[in-house]
Ligand binder design. Structure first.
Ligand code: AMP
Length: 454
């Protein structure tokens, strides 16, 4: 007889391990258990942003590549190596959005939002795409919540935006895990002077830099400051500080912002090395860093982007915003053992035997749902015992049982699944009885809002 292990080995070499269709690297399904988190997080965000007068916007998942290429900066990591860019059938270059701000600003200009009351306050909860190296907390499709306040320049707006991010983190039970890192990267003019000073400083020290930073020295010297390689970190420590090059206007703006944050009781860490990855930032930049792991696991960040509307062809318009990663929020909620309330558990499983019982059960199921009783009407063909086992697996506290006898007698059986007792109830009383057993306050009733016409 052939050695069974050898046969299995042979089979392994023929049959691929795992199912033939799998998600590409770096993307994943959001399964129901995680949707409980997504739903709850979205609820908190919608609530808090509505309180602050924000309206929701969704821009398309793909845009013309130019929308991102010019605005984020050709030499940034996102544009140079992380965009999903492809040509459509007419040869036009399109890109899956890697971030939210550029699309929102494109929309602001295209839809003439400068004619609205300013500032325009928008938020989004959307998926984004980056050809990142997949690892924990870094995916190729991920969700972000973002807010943008466009059309007004005042450090009090920066303070409010930061406060909103913190309120959301607090509502989700994870604000204590993060520290607010704050910096000002000044106006583009002062940044130019600083970049020149940085290049001067690194001149002659190139061979001590990592390969990536040697390239960045020409293309994006600011990024040398937040490289994680040991030698680069050592060199960055002695590099000239931005504060020496900051223009007076930005200094005053930053001082005011800090005063407002103090007033709101918001703690921050002044971080002169914080630059953010994208070109469009000016003045305020901030990130929320994991207090135990630092920059790699930032949960979100943002800043002021006063020049972006103009860069994209609109009138000169100041703006400030932030984005936070929802997968990282969820990971941290799990780390902090935060569980979310959800309404997914069912109340009743309907078990039946035979076509006649099914005919009675179908309208009953609909009526129960109408009244807010969460009902699974699987209406399978198994024996009663098998159906009760399924009801148990669904975790339904009550099962309605109907067979031919019950149909003839005009009754149904209601079974208490946790104790195993059951009682016969007149068919027309089943609904009321279940409502009493479940409790009115536990019903999942739906009241559609009143529609307005005209
Ligand atoms: P960024 O604009 O790159 O700072 O992104 C803002 C936030 O989005 C980050 O702090 C993360 O929480 C999240 N994020 C960015 N890139 C990814 C990614 N590849 N996978 C998961 N989350 C991400």
């Amino acid at each position: 007889m052939a050695d069974q292990a050898a046969v299995n080995d042979d089979l392994d070499s023929i049959v691929p391990v795992g199912p033939p269709y799998q998600t590409p690297k770096g993307v994943h399904d959001i399964l129901p258990a995680d949707h409980e988190y997504y739903t709850y997080i979205k609820k908190v965000i919608r609530h808090r942003l509505r309180q602050a007068g924000f309206r929701r916007i969704s821009t398309p998942i793909f845009e013309f590549t130019d929308v991102f290429q010019r605005t984020l900066g050709e030499t940034t990591d996102v544009v140079s190596k992380e965009m999903y860019t492809f040509q459509d059938r007419k040869g036009r270059s399109l890109t899956l959005r890697p971030e939210g701000t550029a699309g929102v600003v494109r929309s602001y200009i295209q839809n003439n939002m400068q004619a609205l009351a300013q500032p325009v306050q928008l938020y989004y909860i959307e998926p984004f795409f980056r050809y990142d190296r997949p690892q924990k907390g870094r995916y190729r499709q991920f969700w972000q919540v973002g807010v943008e306040v466009i059309g007004e320049s005042d450090p009090a707006l920066d303070a409010q935006v930061i406060q909103l991010a913190l309120i959301v983190l607090k509502d989700l039970g994870i604000d204590q895990l993060f520290s607010l890192q704050l910096n000002s990267i000044g106006t583009p003019e002062s940044r130019k002077k600083y970049v020149a000073a940085l290049q001067d400083y690194y001149f002659g020290k190139e061979r001590h830099l990592c390969e990536l930073c040697q390239g960045r020295l020409q293309t994006n010297p600011l990024r040398l400051l937040d490289c994680k390689e040991e030698d680069c970190v050592t060199l960055a420590k002695l590099a000239p500080s931005f504060s020496e090059y900051l223009d007076d206007e930005s200094k005053e703006f930053h001082a005011d912002l800090k005063e407002f944050l103090d007033e709101l009781g918001i703690k921050y860490v002044e971080n002169p090395k914080l630059v953010r990855g994208l070109d469009y930032y000016a003045k305020t930049v901030f990130e929320f860093w994991d207090t135990s792991a630092g920059a790699q696991n930032a949960i979100g960040g943002g800043g002021r982007y006063d020049g972006l509307v103009e860069l994209m062809g609109g009138p000169s318009t100041p703006a400030v915003g932030f984005a936070m990663g929802i997968e990282r929020i969820i990971a941290n909620m799990k780390r902090a053992k935060v569980r979310v309330p959800h309404k997914d558990e069912v109340h009743v499983f309907v078990a039946q035997l035979g076509k006649e019982a099914k005919k009675k059960c179908l309208p009953l199921i609909m009526k129960m749902r109408e009244h807010g009783i969460k009902t699974i009407g699987a209406l399978g063909k198994g024996s009663m015992g098998a159906q009760l086992k399924i009801a148990d697996k669904f975790g339904a506290p009550w099962t309605v049982i109907m067979g031919l006898t019950e149909v003839r007698e005009g009754v149904a059986i209601i079974r208490n699944m946790s104790v195993g007792t059951q009682e016969k109830v007149k068919f027309e009383d089943v609904l009321e009885k279940l409502i009493t057993l479940i409790g009115k306050k536990n019903l999942d009733t739906y009241h559609p809002g009143e529609l307005l016409y005209g």
